[in-house]
Design a protein around this ligand. Sequence first.
Ligand SMILES: C[S@@+](CC[C@H](N)C(=O)[O-])C[C@H]1O[C@@H](n2cnc3c(N)ncnc32)[C@H](O)[C@@H]1O
Length: 240
Amino acid sequence: MAKILINKHDKFLVKDLNNDFHTKHGYFKKQDLKKTSSKIKSNTKKEFTVFDPYFIDLYRKIKRDAQIIPLKDIGLIVSETGINKNSKVVDAGSGSGALCCFLANIVKEVITYEIREDFIKIVKKNIDFLKLKNIKIKNKNVYDGISEKNIDLIVLDVPEPWKAINAAKKALKIGGFLVSYSPTIPQTQDFINKVNINKNFVHVKTSEIIEREWEVDGRKVRPRSQAIGHSGFISFVRRI
Ligand SMILES: C[S@@+](CC[C@H](N)C(=O)[O-])C[C@H]1O[C@@H](n2cnc3c(N)ncnc32)[C@H](O)[C@@H]1O
């Protein structure tokens, strides 16, 4: 069990509750860290609220190696496909496991395909850290086929997504979603052009999400100078 410590100026994830926790605001006694939904004070009298972490508090601390799909883009995938606790999802490639872990917190089951064993080790660490029980990792090339059937959603975050279209056809339910996430337009173009000549799929839309966070402090209200830049183009396709 971990804890979140938060006040208006700072936020910490405390992973070890068996020792005092030292910060630039002083240290917090281990017996105080075991409290929950309470106000506690450091030895220098700085007050923080302590509570049990939500999934998102832990998710923000997962290990990252491959470029992960940012939350703004995961939000669109979840909302456009309407996946829920009954959904079965395939994800490829796993990378750091960011997308598969986020989806596993929402859906019934996630099967994630990854060709690199070094990335699989990171994914396993992240799954353990988040205590997820509904992810199956496959050390397989998604272009060679997807053995699962009756899948509601397949998300491809691989360099040549068009090579997985036939595999997706066999695995998806009729009406199910194939989502391709690509950082570049040539990848997106090649994928959608292949979809458009395939009678088993229909292209619904391709979008890019641009998030602009704002600073709000008294009358100083303006966009934060460092916006999140380009991440990826998200294409939504349905199995027909
Ligand atoms: C950009 S990362 C995916 C990041 C992941 N979506 C996340 O949110 O953490 C792309 C991954 O796809 C893997 N990959 C590339 N081609 C693949 C293939 N044909 N089958 C399975 N995995 C593949 C790479 O090794 C890499 O780890």
